[in-house]
Design a protein around this ligand. Structure first.
Ligand code: GLA
Length: 508
């Protein structure tokens, strides 16, 4: 089961999440004297991280009458806040977040803040200026230029990533066991090649500025060698800011050094997550800052797939390839729910024209097999990710897959839709509760998925004319694994609630 409160603490890139979590597990220390309301800086110390450092967040608040404004900054992220104070009671919202629900509510009680961050309680006490985060020098973003294409990701990358299920609970032994299972389960042979370590592998920097691993990853080079020995590739994670989203040291000012270390370890894939870069740069700097690491990776001479993770800000799809990016996130973090999965894939619809071989839009990693959606919903998840030519990065425990999960992740006919060399991203046409996504394939066929967004089963009709196909020569139901017959240019089937009809249709 996913630990949701922990997830909130450590996934601030979905913005609704981390700030609060960090703020919350803690006792807050704050400075304002009674009578000054909530104005002042409040400091929260969090738990000790895997590298021995301690989590910390600062809430800088200004009260003007009943209005509150300010910023909540954590080790790995920051968010503008606004809200209201009524008497001793206050409510704070994240700017740009869900503005219907306050994320922190509480009361000023005897010079302390007593409150709740979602369901977690906290107490705030006075703090000192010494609690400020150290000021880092501002490094000017480089001038723009084109980073040459690295030749990777001709089709969307496939593999596994540790975050969706394991979050902070990932270590060398688990990665090795997952690599073993990628082979024994048939995942590797189905094309899932990358084994990607997400956040929380980082230690601290040594005197020469080299980023060490923490105790969970005693020897990254040996781990990479092990993963390679299984016929797999290995990925790692960092941020262009000083800290990752979970608060660990990241690549700010050490881009070349880190890229060289990744290459020396044998890393094949880098996920580069904006996180605390947002505390230093404005969004205008996204492109040059991502270019900096694109250059650094290329300078290593090792082919390293470059995955940009900045949640779709600044129209990344338009410049991702310019900075050497192979894939880029288009949304905030997915979670293991129908609503989140559908929201993410629908959000990236406008990016469709920019997908193609070498550079794909990424609506985030798969949740298939993580237990909070039905099998019909997971089949829809797999179908949609394939129709939109998304990276297929499984996010479940490969060591313990049910037959249903295996049948979904290992469906070769669906994988072939994702991996089609034309690299086109399907776009939807809505008709009531039915949403039809069509993807042109390199051999002239069309993959078409009809998703039932409604709460009752419904008949879905696929029409050859709508697909701009002539007479149908052959049509296949990719989940039933059987040919189906079009009559008068049409095929109709009943689609369960949240299910999908997924066909591949060839014209004469
Ligand atoms: C962000 C990313 C997630 C994950 C976490 C790790 O939230 O969007 O995919 O990498 O950071 O802290």
């Amino acid at each position: 089961m996913m630990d949701q409160s922990r997830r909130r603490i450590l996934t601030p890139a979905s913005l609704a999440a981390g700030v609060l979590g960090l703020f919350l597990c803690l006792t807050l220390l704050a400075a304002p004297a009674l009578g000054q309301g909530l104005t002042g800086k409040w400091m929260a110390l969090g738990k000790t991280m895997e590298n021995g450092e301690q989590q910390k967040a600062i809430l800088d608040l200004k009260q003007s009458g009943n209005d509150l404004s300010g910023r909540l900054t954590g080790l790995g992220f920051g968010v503008e806040v606004k809200g209201t104070a009524t008497g001793n009671h206050f409510e704070l919202f994240g700017v740009g977040w869900d503005e219907k629900a306050p994320f922190v509510v509480g009361d000023l009680v005897n010079g302390e803040l007593h409150g709740k961050q979602w369901s977690d309680t906290f107490v705030a006490k006075p703090a000192t200026a010494a609690d400020d985060f150290p000021k880092l020098p501002y490094l000017d973003p480089p001038a723009l230029h084109k980073v040459p294409y690295n030749g990777l990701a001709k089709t969307p990358p496939m593999g596994w990533n540790s975050w969706n299920l394991f979050e902070t609970r990932i270590d060398d032994q688990t990665v090795r066991a997952i690599a073993d299972a990628m082979v024994s389960s048939g995942m590797r042979d189905a094309g899932y090649i990358y084994v990607n370590i997400d956040d929380t592998w980082e230690g601290v920097r040594d005197a020469q500025g080299n980023l060490q691993t923490n105790h969970k990853f005693p020897d990254m080079k040996a781990l990479a060698d092990y993963v390679h020995s299984k016929g797999l590739k290995i990925g790692i994670y960092s941020s262009p800011g000083p800290r990752t989203c979970a608060g660990y040291p990241a690549s700010y000012g050490h881009e070349d050094q880190d890229a060289k270390a990744f290459a020396a370890w044998g890393i094949d894939y880098l996920k580069y997550d904006w996180c605390s870069a947002g505390n230093i740069y404005k969004n205008e700097a996204l492109q040059p800052i991502y270019q900096k690491m694109g250059d650094a990776l290329q300078a290593t001479g090792r082919p390293i797939l470059y995955s940009l993770c900045e949640y779709g800000m600044g129209a990344v799809e338009k410049w991702g390839p310019e900075v050497g990016g192979n894939v880029w996130r288009t949304t905030g973090d997915i979670n293991d729910s129908w609503a989140s999965m559908i929201e993410n894939v629908e959000k990236q619809v406008p990016t469709a024209p920019w997908a193609g071989p070498g550079h794909f839009n990424d609506p985030d990693m798969l949740e298939i097999g993580n237990g909070h959606m039905t099998d019909d919903e997971y089949r829809t998840h797999m179908s949609l990710w394939s129709l939109v030519a998304s990276p297929l990065l499984a996010g479940n425990d490969i060591r313990k897959m049910s037959d249903a999960t295996k049948a979904i992740l290992l469906n070769k006919e669906v994988i072939a839709i994702d991996q089609d060399p034309l690299g086109k991203q399907a776009s939807p046409v809505k008709n009531g509760d039915l949403e039809t996504w069509a993807k042109p394939m390199a051999d002239g066929s069309v993959a078409v998925g009809v998703v039932n967004l409604g709460s009752a089963a419904a008949p879905a009709t696929v029409s050859a004319a709508d697909l701009k196909l002539g007479k149908v020569k052959k049509a296949r139901d990719l989940w039933a694994h059987q040919d189906v017959k079009f009559a008068d240019g049409k095929y109709t089937a009943t689609v369960p609630s949240h299910g999908v009809l997924l066909l591949r249709v060839w014209a004469k």
